[in-house]
Ligand binder design. Structure first.
Ligand code: HEC
Length: 164
C-alpha cells in the first residue's frame, strides 16, 4: 500500500513537477538573448536612455501648467520600457565591453543578480502604477508617484551603475 502511494506520488506529483521545471528552465535558456555582447549592451543602454527621455518629459509636464496628455504619453512609454525585461540583457559575457560606449554596469550586477532583478521589478511596478493613475489623478498625486519611480532609478544606480 505504502509503495503504491509512493508510486502514485512519483507518477502524478513528482514527474509532472519535474516536467514543469524543465519547461521553465528551457524557456529561460531560450528567452536569454543570443545576440552578440555588443548588441546586448547597446540594447540595454538604449532602453535606459529612452527611460531617461520619458522621465525628462514627465518632469517638464509636471512643471508649471500641468500637461496631462504629455504625462500620459510619457508614463505609458516608461511603463513599457520598465516592463520590457531589460534585466535579461545583463547576461554573462557582457560584464565588460562596448555597446554605444563602454558599459557602466558594475560587476555587482552579475554577482548579485537576485537583488538586481528585485530592483528591476520595483522599477516596473512603480512605473506601471504611474501609468495607471496618470489619466485620472491630479498633478500632486502624479508628482508623488513619479517621485517613487525616479527613486527606483537612483536606488539601482547607487548599487549597480558606475560612471558613464
Ligand atoms: C535595476 C537597475 C536599474 C534601474 C531600475 C534603472 N537603471 Fe539606469 N542603468 C542601470 C545600469 C546597470 C546601467 C548601465 C548599463 C550599461 O552601460 O551596460 C544603467 C544605465 C543608465 C543610463 C545610461 C545609458 C547609456 O547610454 O549608457 C541612463 C541614462 C539611465 N540608466 C537612466 C535610468 C533612469 C532614468 C531610470 C529610471 C526611470 C533607470 N535608469 C533605472 C541600472 C538601472
Amino acid at each position: 500500500m505504502k509503495e503504491c502511494l509512493m508510486k502514485s506520488f512519483t507518477k502524478f506529483v513528482l514527474l509532472p513537477l519535474l516536467a514543469i521545471n524543465l519547461a521553465v528552465i528551457s524557456t529561460i535558456v531560450i528567452a536569454a538573448p543570443t545576440a552578440k555582447p555588443e548588441k546586448l549592451i547597446q540594447w540595454r543602454q538604449s532602453a535606459y536612455r529612452v527611460a531617461e527621455w520619458n522621465v525628462a518629459r514627465l518632469k517638464a509636464a509636471l512643471e508649471g501648467q500641468y500637461d496631462k496628455d504629455e504625462a500620459v504619453a510619457a508614463a505609458n512609454a516608461l511603463a513599457g520600457i520598465a516592463d520590457s525585461g531589460i534585466e535579461t540583457l545583463f547576461v554573462p559575457g557582457t560584464e565588460q565591453g562596448k555597446g554605444w560606449h563602454e558599459t557602466s554596469a558594475k560587476p555587482e550586477v552579475f554577482k548579485d543578480s537576485k537583488r538586481f532583478a528585485e530592483l528591476s521589478l520595483s522599477f516596473s511596478k512603480e512605473a506601471a502604477e504611474l501609468a495607471k493613475i496618470v489619466p485620472t489623478a491630479d498633478s500632486s498625486a502624479v508628482k508623488a508617484q513619479f517621485g517613487k519611480v525616479t527613486r527606483t532609478c537612483k536606488t539601482c544606480h547607487d548599487a549597480f551603475k558606475g560612471k558613464d
